[in-house]
Write a protein that binds this ligand. Structure first.
Ligand SMILES: [Zn+2]
Length: 167
């Protein structure tokens, strides 16, 4: 992952100084891609739950828009997912959606409709025929990439969302 400013970002906006790293257990990573492939050519969306910073659950949500280029999480799905995450004493660790036919880079709409602050965003692209997954943190008119790694089966079951500096 490069530290170079992303050319699509807005140079006038302050960029995030702290770098995030996001680790996703293999089974959850694969489930996210499977969800994207199932919904293609429409966009899919969902939440990843995290307990003490470790991603441990996935909640596929219906895309109310049923669109190839945008998504709005079904309200009831979203409420029940957030409730389940809270009940497991967790937090929303990341929000994912798919780009069935474009690169896994935040779109103008993704930036304009950023209702979740700096919660990590994962984009699963199917544009190249093979799933490509990248993670981002969105700011006002800018975005930074988050280093993404996939935990292997049989390894630790924990996954970490950590910041290199205190929040
Ligand atoms: Zn998008």
């Amino acid at each position: 992952m490069s530290d170079e400013p992303n050319s699509a970002g807005d140079a006038d906006e302050p960029r995030f100084r702290d770098r995030l790293r996001l680790e996703i257990p293999r089974a959850i990573f694969d489930a996210m891609i499977a969800h994207a492939e199932r919904e293609s050519p429409l966009e899919c969306c969902g939440l990843l739950g995290a307990v003490r910073g470790a991603i441990d659950s996935i909640y596929p949500l219906r895309n109310e828009d049923q669109s190839r280029v945008r998504y709005t999480a079904d309200r009831r799905d979203l409420i029940s997912a957030v409730r389940a995450i809270r009940e497991s004493r967790g937090d929303i660790g990341a929000i994912y959606h798919s780009h069935p036919s474009t690169a896994p880079i935040p779109s103008r709409v993704d930036l304009a409709e950023n209702y979740y602050g700096d919660t990590p965003r994962i984009i699963v692209s199917l544009a190249s025929g093979k799933a490509e997954v990248r993670a981002w943190r969105l700011g006002e008119g800018c975005f930074d990439e988050i280093a993404l790694s996939v935990g292997e089966d049989g390894g630790s079951s924990s996954a970490v969302v950590e910041s290199s500096s205190s929040m």
